[in-house]
Design a protein around this ligand. Structure first.
Ligand code: NAG
Ligand code: NAG
Ligand code: NAG
Length: 442
């Protein structure tokens, strides 16, 4: 075996062994942070294979299209120079893609670090380029196969002979998707308005609409900083909602790293209160107890399998929130989804709203006869609508509801799934999918 390969294998083995030991000897928050770091190391190791593949394809395209065959010396020097720069950039791109997810641990602060943003954006370009390259390969090998069997026609010949161009096109498209996604996340979120009829609402004098601003998946972290949060808070307050619901996945890290970024949340204003229930990321990246304390200092009501009775515009409401579905598996003491407890004091006389981060939790409510009678509207997030185009089919498979307003006639219950105000990791999202949901309950 090649000596370099041996050294690489030993290094990988040692890293993973030490991570495994570290995980066994920690618990609580540190355990989960190490668990994630270990997952990242495994992903990075797997990415090596993909990177070798991409390197091979792209260098093939560059050297085919710009060969060293020119007899003129000066021209040859110029081409050599171009190739070197192209390969160096490719290497830099692959390197930055590999280290992207480590920026959840380093260079953290109130505003995103430019290296972290670049690296995290590259990982999205990387994913797109990989998909496009595989497509190019499938088309190439398939065409070559039939090309040899049938009489060559112009399309087959074209596809087989222009492989290098198609490889470069794949790279180009990958970057285009990245830039389009960056545009989506660097422009203001869209305010999406919807109206939902509430059967318990009294049309009496004094009784009128109640509005809710739904903010989900704020994902404060290496790519979401203070100015973005400020913008979201200002836009939300401008809607003058009666109630603000933050439906989980608030932050991807510790309060000590991100309190500066989260601070503008303290300025959220709503007559009926600002409410928060956890998402899965609360149990993956940070210390949920510390975030609870932070939010309570900001007068944000924590709904930790709890509810609160309020009266807004003459309407009697019960606002409930359950811990995220994932909390059951996260083994954080005192946490775990308990829908029954969350809705315990809500009655059929009031209009009941439940914050449940994952649409699959909403589905659990709808399929439970007793619980579903106690809920009129469920507010969720989690899916990001897919976040990037290639992931849309996956979120459709994994989630009971994906995006938008759903009505379940059997239980007479509405579910609203937001694609989220922000994004996780790469600041890359589909067009129009950063959204603040404004629900007018009538
Ligand atoms: C989370 O933070 C709180 C308050 O600082 C601390 O008491 C607790 O031990 C931490 N939890 C874990 C699991 O590390
Ligand atoms: C209630 O909502 C309806 C429908 O959106 C709107 O026409 C009406 O003006 C609203 N009334 C109040 C008091 O906000
Ligand atoms: C929270 O509410 C209390 C009482 O209404 C008020 O004194 C305090 O300034 C509020 N804190 C923040 C951060 O808004």
């Amino acid at each position: 075996m090649n000596i370099k390969l041996k050294i690489a294998l030993v290094v990988i083995f040692v890293i993973h062994l030490s991570m495994a030991i570290a995980r066994k000897t920690t618990d609580g928050v540190e355990h989960h942070r190490l668990l994630r770091l270990h997952t990242l190391l495994i992903t990075s190791t797997a990415m090596l294979i993909a990177s070798f593949y991409m390197w091979k394809r792209v260098t093939f395209a560059i050297t085919t299209l710009f060969p060293f065959s020119s007899p003129v010396r000066s021209r040859r020097l110029r081409l050599l120079c171009f190739q070197d720069i192209a390969l160096a950039l490719l290497f830099l791109f692959l390197f930055l893609s590999h280290i992207a997810m480590f920026f959840f641990y380093v260079l953290l602060g109130p505003e995103p670090n430019v290296i972290a943003i670049t690296s995290l954006s590259f990982i999205a370009a990387y994913a797109h380029i990989l998909i496009f390259l595989v497509l190019v390969d499938i088309i190439f090998y398939f065409t070559k196969l039939i090309h040899n069997k049938v009489t060559p026609n112009s399309v087959h010949t074209y596809l087989v002979n222009n492989r290098s161009y198609h490889i470069l096109l794949a790279v180009f498209l990958g970057f285009m998707f990245m830039f389009a996604g960056l545009y989506s996340t660097h422009t203001d979120p869209i305010v999406r308005k919807t109206t939902i009829p509430m059967k318990n609402f009294e049309g009496t004098v004094g009784g009128s609409n109640v509005s809710i601003a739904l903010l989900s998946d704020i994902h404060i972290g290496p790519s979401v900083g203070r100015s973005r949060i400020r913008k979201i808070v200002d836009m939300t307050n401008a809607l003058k909602p009666d109630i603000i619901a933050i439906a989980g996945d608030l932050a991807d890290g510790l309060v000590r790293d991100f309190s500066g970024a989260a601070e503008p949340l303290c300025d959220l204003k709503a007559r009926g209160g600002v409410y928060f229930a956890t998402g899965n990321h609360e149990y993956m990246h940070g210390n949920v107890t510390e975030w609870f304390a932070f939010l309570e200092d900001c007068n944000i009501t924590i709904l930790h399998n709890q509810n609160k009775h309020i009266t807004v515009n003459g309407q009697k409401l019960c606002v409930a929130g359950a811990d995220d579905l994932f909390a059951l598996r996260a083994h954080v003491p005192g946490h775990g989804m308990d829908l029954k407890k969350a809705l315990s004091t809500c009655t059929t006389d009031t209009t009941n709203i439940l914050l449940a981060h994952q649409p699959n939790a909403a589905k659990l409510v709808l399929t439970d006869h007793e619980l579903s009678q106690k809920v009129n509207l469920i507010l969720s997030g989690h899916t990001h609508g897919g976040q990037m185009y290639p992931f849309v089919p996956i979120v459709h498979i994994a989630n009971a509801f994906v995006r938008g307003r759903y009505y379940d006639p059997k239980t007479d219950t509405y579910v609203y799934v937001s694609a989220g105000v922000n994004y996780f990791g790469p600041p890359i999202k589909m067009f129009g999918s950063c959204e603040i949901i404004f629900i007018n309950m009538i």
